[in-house]
Write a protein that binds this ligand. Sequence first.
Ligand code: FAD
Length: 463
Amino acid sequence: MSAPLERTIAALREALGEDRVRVGEQIGERSMTDWTGHAPARAAALVVPRSTEEVSRTLAICNEARQSVVPQGGMTGLAGGAIASPGDIALSLERLAGVEEIDAASATMTVLAGTTLQAAQEAASAAGFELTLDLGARGSCQIGGNLATNAGGNRVIQSGTAREQVLGIEAVLASGAVLSSMNKMMKNNTGYDLKQLFIGSEGTLGVITRAVLRLYPPRAERHTALVALDGYDAVVALLRTLSARFGNDIGAFEIMWPDFFDFGVSLTQAARSPFAAAHPLYALIEHAGFDADDNGERFAAVLAEALESRAVRDAVVAQSVADARALWRIRECTAEFPARLDPINFDVSLPIGAIGRFVDECRAALDARWPSNRSYYFGHIGDSNLHVTVDGHSVPGVAHHDVYAFVYDLVVPYRGSVSAEHGIGLLKREFLPLSRSVEEIAAMTAIKRALDPNGILNPGKVV
Ligand SMILES: Cc1cc2nc3c(=O)[nH]c(=O)nc-3n(C[C@H](O)[C@H](O)[C@H](O)COP(=O)(O)OP(=O)(O)OC[C@H]3O[C@@H](n4cnc5c(N)ncnc54)[C@H](O)[C@@H]3O)c2cc1C
């Protein structure tokens, strides 16, 4: 370890106390890489602050020493954004956790950044509200990480991405200055909306320490159905029918292509498809309105009409919470990908109408390039988001980078985006120019320089 780095760590210990600064074996494996498992490394030190003030002191000391700092949340990110290298200081928000206030009149929650999404959801629910942000990593990911990545998740079609849930933010700048924009109001047009800078900035512009989140009245019971369809045109037609009939009472519209569906089914307890036959496409749909007396009858009736008119091939409607969970388990098999595959993951965005064509083209192109490849496709189609996973085990000897470059090149002609929700982080940085113009990247770089002139915050990520 270099002498300046040793001096910085000593200064951090002195300012924060010994127990806030971990080194060597005190830094657990959890802090060494994110969910991608990419390039695990132990940072020079892991700082675990318990207050905004401690975050501020940490950054001021590191800024003075020109020392790089990598903010870490729940380490569930899928772009390598939270991975620190041996020359970095990692800053974990795990101890800055808790719900500070639920304001029932404003329908807001004030929450510390290290709070897990699940804990925040449970607190909202206990107060008679709903926090609509939801994703499979809810038990581990943190609010700060959700905002830093502008997480999407299962209910974007209903209430938008993380960005749409935020009214206020407190963030600490690289200099240590605390920028408090803890606004609770729906309307506030007093100049630039600074909080938006930090949402989706992946720890490169500031460390998020607190947020004011929007809460909603709880929806009545969710009704879940699995539907089999003829092809992609039928998917789009069904999405439009459901939107016209139910507006944003449709809480999830998840499309699974057969390879993905079969893989998901093989991991369920029954290991059997809910359908007697195989089908070209499957949709997992959730309806959640506000009318407690409806009991899902309108939703079931619309699906019955669709069956009768052959707009859908088959449908299974969950009759209990356990049934619904079993259906979701098929779709949430992605949590098992790291254990069972060598996943090369894509979370691309494409115009909704083009996604079916893209999947056919992508599959054909991968088959032509690497005939042994196995690839899996599912998407939050209502949000124009497609996930592709290529199993690296099926293309032995091929570098992940080559697969990334190959698939992203296919996205470009569609004017799609290389990241719909996971962010750019480390893994997609070189591909950013495929989705953003030279002028856009220049503007991002200028913002980065203005807020972090010494480039200490998460260097090498995003821009
Ligand atoms: C099973 C599973 C399912 C998932 N499903 C979805 C999904 O549906 N939709 C989706 O969008 N994502 C999904 N993800 C990805 C991941 O959960 C999200 O990106 C999540 O928002 C990351 O939160 P985290 O706390 O784990 O952040 P981390 O992984 O720790 O960090 C992610 C990035 O945010 C930065 N960061 C973290 N905390 C802060 C902070 N307080 N201030 C500033 N920067 C910070 C880090 O530096 C890094 O760049 C999934 C992941 C898994 C493992």
